[in-house]
Design a protein around this ligand. Structure first.
Ligand code: PFF
Length: 453
């Protein structure tokens, strides 16, 4: 017998939950450094186009599948396309969030470390520039410290998924997310006062298209997928809790705008300071963690207490944002093992958290003792990140959009997106076109250019 499915209360609750999964390290840590690797303003333009024209339609496609089936990823595929191979797409989208979690947890661990540093006034007390800029490099290449914080972060994630303190975390993040927003805006304003920061603003506003290689398009698309948690069934699962009267298109647009805003503001908090500090924008995954100590150290020169307060609250809120995203990654796999394999919730959580943690250990060590080991020229960390963002997530998204655009009947899709012909009636043609043609063709072109060029 079907259990009565829970529902989100209203539009705000839907957007808040989806934005909770979407806004995380992807916006604050990943976006600024990917942007730095691909040359600034021109990349931002491609990123915005990729988000609105390709990623957003896939958000709608996942929403349609989720609300239509009212099930998890695997179950949804089996219900809407019984007896077909579509269920394998369901399986793929259970594996990819776990792979992401393995290295996401390592970065989550970095924010744990930085929270400790902020609490012990490490950022305000540094006397030389070298001391500040060297924080991150020394920390990351050491063996034990990052492993300990990775373990702490994963334990937190598993603890929440296990103990069901979900309510507490949700309540906490309702305060933490707006607070994070206010803090980032404060840091933007502060960064802009640093000498030399205007070069960073120019970098973000004046496009230089010569940096746009074919990989830049893949990276923009991958970042858009990562940031909106697309192609991994999170949106699908959340949409299965959305009421029939709710407007799916409006919720998707609201979430995408929130996510985009957070990313752009983070870029404006980081890049001006990157230029002021003389850090190379293309420094890679460590960029933000090299830049924030610099900002907080500078802030500490004039206002040490403010700096300590801002930095500690800042890393605490980042941790909260990372945690709400990480929980959704583990939950997808746990729900699958419990629902489809009849495993106990406790066992499922421990098994998945432990295996994911093990893979994360390799990611963490790839910055230090395992840095010599390369896969296709990339460190283990970069390899996994590229595999997930540039390939697995777009692949999952492609499958979802083909499913909705070509497999499901147009009448069913219209019914979901227009709530039986009561909303979005005029918009539907455009949205359907994006889902059926533009989004899949966009992804395929990016894949092809990546393989052939
Ligand atoms: N969207 C999250 C972020 O930007 O940090 C990352 C993420 C969460 C990816 C959940 C995938 C996922 F299933």
């Amino acid at each position: 017998m079907m259990k009565q499915r829970e529902h989100f209360g209203n539009r705000f609750a839907v957007i808040a939950a989806m934005a909770g999964s979407a806004v995380g390290l992807g916006n604050i840590w990943r976006f600024p450094y990917v942007l730095g690797e691909y040359g600034g303003a021109a990349f931002i333009l491609v990123y915005i186009a990729a988000s609105l024209l390709v990623a957003l339609p896939i958000f709608f496609a996942e929403s349609v599948i989720g609300r239509r089936s009212r099930l998890d990823t695997f179950g949804a595929m089996r219900k809407l396309a019984p007896g077909t191979a579509w269920k394998w797409v369901g399986l793929l989208t259970i594996l990819s969030p776990l792979l992401i979690l393995s290295y996401y947890s390592v970065v989550g661990g970095w924010s744990v470390e930085f929270l400790f540093k902020a609490l012990s006034f490490d950022f305000t007390g540094a006397s030389t520039e070298e001391e500040v800029s060297g924080f991150f490099g020394r920390f990351i290449s050491s063996t034990w410290q990052p492993l300990i914080t990775h373990t702490l972060f994963m334990a937190l994630v598993a603890g929440v998924v296990l103990g069901g303190v979900k309510k507490g975390i949700e309540r906490f993040s309702k305060v933490a997310m707006p607070l994070l927003f206010v803090l980032i805006v404060f840091i933007v304003i502060y960064s802009l006062t640093l000498p030399g920061s205007m070069a960073g603003v120019t970098y973000l506003l004046k496009p230089d298209f010569s940096h746009l290689t074919s990989q830049a398009y893949a990276a923009a698309l991958g970042q858009a997928f990562f940031s909106l948690s697309l192609g991994v069934g999170t949106v699908l699962t959340y949409a299965s809790y959305v009421k029939k009267e709710e407007n799916l298109v409006a919720s998707g647009v609201g979430t995408a705008i929130c996510d985009l805003l957070f990313a752009l503001i983070a870029a404006f908090a980081v890049m001006p300071a990157v230029f002021a500090a003389g850090i190379a924008p293309e420094s890679g995954p460590g960029l933000v963690f090299q830049t924030f100590p610099y900002i907080f150290n500078k802030m500490g020169e004039g206002m040490p207490i403010v700096s300590a307060l801002v930095s500690a609250t800042f890393f605490l809120t980042i941790l909260a944002a990372a945690l709400t995203s990480a929980i959704s990654m583990l939950e997808v796999g746990v729900a699958f093992l419990v629902d489809e394999r009849g495993m106990k919730r406790r066992t499922a959580t421990l098994v998945l958290a432990f295996s994911t943690w093990l893979v994360g250990v390799l990611c963490s060590l790839s910055f230090g003792s395992l840095s010599g080991i390369k896969l296709l020229g990339l460190s283990f960390f970069d390899f996994l990140d590229t595999l997930c963002s540039d390939w697995l997530l777009p692949l999952g998204g492609l499958a979802f959009t083909i499913f909705v655009g070509w497999w499901m009947s147009k009448a069913d899709v219209r019914d979901e997106l227009t709530n039986g012909g009561t909303v979005n009636v005029k918009l539907f043609r455009g949205v359907y076109f994006l889902m059926r043609y533009l989004a899949p063709v966009g992804i395929i072109l990016v894949f092809l250019s990546n393989i052939l060029l």
